[in-house]
Design a protein around this ligand. Structure first.
Ligand code: NAD
Length: 424
């Protein structure tokens, strides 16, 4: 078992720290935000992530996980130091490496001799060299171990990942990082730093492109009178396509896809390699947001001025509290921009600051006096709602289910009208 420090205890850092501690490693979590450290010490998970709270309780009880606001205390004996800090989108679309570089500079004089600094943050190809320069120590190694967890399924993904990728200058260093995951049975890819860095961006951009394609095909299906779900089912049976990630929706979002697609476009442009599919996927995604609003407007007579729209779901997907770059928020902003008032309900998010948006305490409260109801996140509980309860509370009958989670037959029987999309 090894001594590990995790720098940055957000969605990725928490999963990494708690996950590695659950494997038996001695882990110290460090964050510049003292409130997160205090919560961790108290056994409170600062985010909503199913199953991770119980794992936190367990690893605190075994003493395998500690949290600290003192960087030197975190690093003093650490053989591995995982950097899990943000890499947000810069103004020009490129990835902002400043958090990774400043974390590297903060730790450089505190690292134990022979330590391996492992970048888990999603970073552009070539970043490992910049981290090496920022640390500037011949006795410290740098490796890249990109994270592929899905929020809402982070525990499952930690325990049963599709693959683990580690890139380093030497196979020996990469193997030492991989040894941390020895008990996890999955394909393990030892590779170079640039390959590890690119695998992450290439994967996320591929998934975003796939979803954009799915959303565009779903729009075509509707225009042509075909059920999008039947078409996706038929496509997914082709093993070259696969049945995962074929669900049409209001557009993709979250803290990764929007910034990672733009970053890869910027990276490829920097190498003089055009990848027009990425740009097309980004444009398609904005159209997906717009199509939701168009559909509501069509049904409500062409204008949303003075209308009240009930929304179910604020998070970018179910089973998370994360609203960063949520397509639900993107759609809500467009609805508000068209003159609507929006009242939303989300099972986890009870407050959100946006002019024109109110967050209600229940689906029925959100539906009260609404002219239309729009489902924007696939929370399973929305599929169990009683249509009569909501339709009785509403003023109108228009229902737009962007996640195909409602039982359409039951809702139609209760009086709901699901508008078709025309000419969008
Ligand atoms: P996050 O914002 O949830 O967490 C980042 C944490 O780092 C915060 O708690 C912040 O206080 C802390 N931090 C910032 N600067 C620091 C410093 N100098 N020292 C110590 N702590 C510092 O971000 P996240 O969602 O966990 O993402 C982290 C990285 O992982 C990003 O590069 C992201 O692209 C990548 N990633 C995220 C996901 C995901 O689903 N969230 C999945 C794969 C990869």
């Amino acid at each position: 078992m090894f001594k590990v420090a995790v720098i940055g205890t957000g969605y990725v850092g928490l999963t990494t720290a708690i996950g590695l501690a659950s494997l038996g490693h001695e882990v110290v979590g460090y964050d510049i935000d003292p409130s997160k450290v205090e919560q961790l010490k108290a056994g409170i998970l600062p985010i909503y992530e199913p199953g991770l709270d119980q794992m936190l309780t367990d690893v605190l009880a075994t003493g395998k996980l500690r949290a600290t606001s003192n960087l030197s205390e975190a690093l003093v004996n650490a053989e591995f130091v995982f950097t899990c800090v943000p890499t947000p989108q810069d103004e020009d679309g490129s990835a902002d490496l400043s958090y990774v570089i400043s974390a590297s500079k903060e730790m450089k004089d505190l690292l134990a001799p022979g330590a391996i600094v492992v970048t888990k943050s999603t970073v552009p190809v070539g970043s490992a060299s910049q981290v090496e320069d920022a640390i500037g120590r011949a006795d410290v190694h740098v490796a890249s171990n990109p994270e592929f967890l899905r929020e809402g399924a982070a525990v499952i993904d930690f325990k049963n990942p599709d693959r683990i990728v580690v890139g380093a200058r030497s196979t020996e260093v990469a193997q030492r990082v991989m040894d941390l995951y020895a008990v996890i049975d999955c394909p393990k890819v030892l590779t170079s730093q640039p390959a590890a860095e690119l695998i992450k961006y290439a994967s996320n951009s591929f998934l975003a492109i796939k979803l954009s394609y799915v959303n565009d095909i779903a729009a075509l299906c509707e225009a042509a009178g075909a059920d999008p779900l039947e078409v996706m089912h038929g496509m997914g049976l082709d093993s070259r396509i696969g049945d995962r990630f074929l669900a049409p929706g209001p557009g993709w979002g979250g803290s990764c896809f929007p910034k990672d697609t733009r970053a890869l476009a910027s990276i490829s442009a920097g190498f003089g390699i055009a990848i027009p599919l990425i740009d097309a996927a980004i444009v398609s995604n904005e159209k997906a947001h717009k199509r939701v609003v168009d559909r509501v407007m069509q049904e409500l007579g062409g204008s949303l001025v003075g209308k009240t729209i009930a929304v179910l779901g604020l998070t970018f997907k179910a089973n998370t509290d994360d609203t960063r770059q949520s397509p639900a928020i993107a759609v809500i902003e467009r609805l508000i921009g068209r003159g609507a008032k929006v009242v939303a309900f989300d099972p986890i998010v009870s407050a959100y600051s946006l002019a024109g948006l109110k967050v209600a305490a229940s689906p029925t409260a959100a539906a009260s006096d609404a002219d239309a109801l729009v489902v924007l996140t696939e929370w399973p509980e929305f599929g169990k709602l009683n249509p009569a309860d909501l339709l009785t509370a509403m003023r109108g009958t228009c229902v737009v289910d962007t996640r195909n989670i409602l039982n359409k037959t039951n809702w139609q029987a209760a009086g709901a009208i699901f508008p078709d999309l025309k000419n969008s």
